[in-house]
Design a protein around this ligand. Sequence first.
Ligand code: NAD
Length: 461
Amino acid sequence: MKYFLAIIGGGPAGYTAAEKASQAGKDVVLFEQNALGGTCLNVGCIPTKSLLYGAKQYYNATHAQKYGVTAEKVQFDFAAMQKRKTIVVRKLVAGIKQRLNNEHCTVVNGFAKVLDQEPTTNDQRLTTIECNGVTYEAENLMICTGSTNFVPPIPGIKDNPAVWDSTDALAATELPKSIIIVGGGVIGLEFATLYHELGVPVTVIEAMPAILPNLDQEIVGVLADKYRKAGIQILTDTKVEAIQGNEVTIQSNPNIPNIPSTLTADKILVSVGRRANLQGLEALNDLEMYRGGIVVDEFCKTNLPNVYACGDVTGKIMLAHVASRQAEVAVGRMLKQIPLQRIAYNAVPSVVYTNPEIASVGITEAQAAELNIETEVRKLPMTYSGRFMAENEGETGLCKMLLDKKSRTILGVHMIGNPSSEIIGAASVAVRMGYTASELEQVIFPHPTVSEILHELKIEN
Ligand code: NAD
């Protein structure tokens, strides 16, 4: 059968595209070799957040005294947390399956391989794909194959049972007795939070001078201070030279005294980024690539006729919500929907699910300086918010807003403090719509909520 659209990969990009194109009445086939939902649902966002929520319940119960509550013999059952995580994931995967079923989208479980692209009329190309020994033809191809954990070329890392990637960590039925986390990025810090809250000694090794190097460093500093005081060892400017069994040989910054050259732990979690999955696409040898990702235009079209790519495989911003938005835009372009929509890459929110959470949207002060944009920065401690004070005893937090100095347009918002993840959406609307500070001032925020901090950050003109 000839399809209007063939999608390889059933993660947030793939299933969003499948649903949207099917809803428009098009014949769609989606290939997925594992479970629908991709990394996000199966081995990423959702399982991590399920486990983190369990850890937070335990941590809050054991730290409730500051709210006048004492709980004795608080215990956790890691296997039960894992079981609940699996059930959450299973239900969500079943939901995706149902949605695609409802739209009569054909879902094929197997590894799909592009066989060739045949020229048709008007510079169009028909793609042939093989999966489970069956061939499929499609007018349009969408590559949504995602990414996998990057394994750095560190001696002793491969085939070492002490070394985990994030998928191993999520699958473990027992907690490690201690853990060294190589890579102080988003994955590293989320797992550091999980293990620390469950009482596991944690060391984080980061090659750059700071953890979460791409985020606002004043905001990150609040987290690093709290985590160091809480007993998480954070070694920045530190390179891993080799891993042998449970021992990690490091080369640390000579300016930081008393750091041993070897560290040991029960497990070593390596989280130093992810790489695009390109297997099965070998036939598309003219596909333009940049730094390991497929190059796409503002509508997620590749350089090849009728071939689109969305999600982590584009190497742009590896976030599930970017992937699903890319898919919406790409299908809109494929269907020639007017007006054609583009992705607002300047207004992509991101969250790090540490405790407290970090959330941001738009550019940082460092990026503004690089772009020669003159900004005005407004900051408020989170303790300015009555709700924050009521619910975050002994905690600190910070919210920063960057304005274009001349136009007063909001260019970025960066915050730390719970529940930043639920507030950043409002800031994303402001950045996406190009609001000025005084336009945001006209928005009424409910009281008492921590979100009021955005309103309080207004700058009088
Ligand atoms: P990352 O790029 O966020 O962080 C990797 C870190 O490892 C960087 O800080 C880097 O400097 C450091 N590093 C690299 N090589 C190193 C080495 N040899 N030794 C020590 N440190 C080294 O990557 P990640 O944390 O692996 O996450 C992968 C992707 O998944 C990211 O794009 C991330 O945004 C995404 N993700 C998002 C969320 C979320 O939205 N909450 C959660 C998890 C993952």
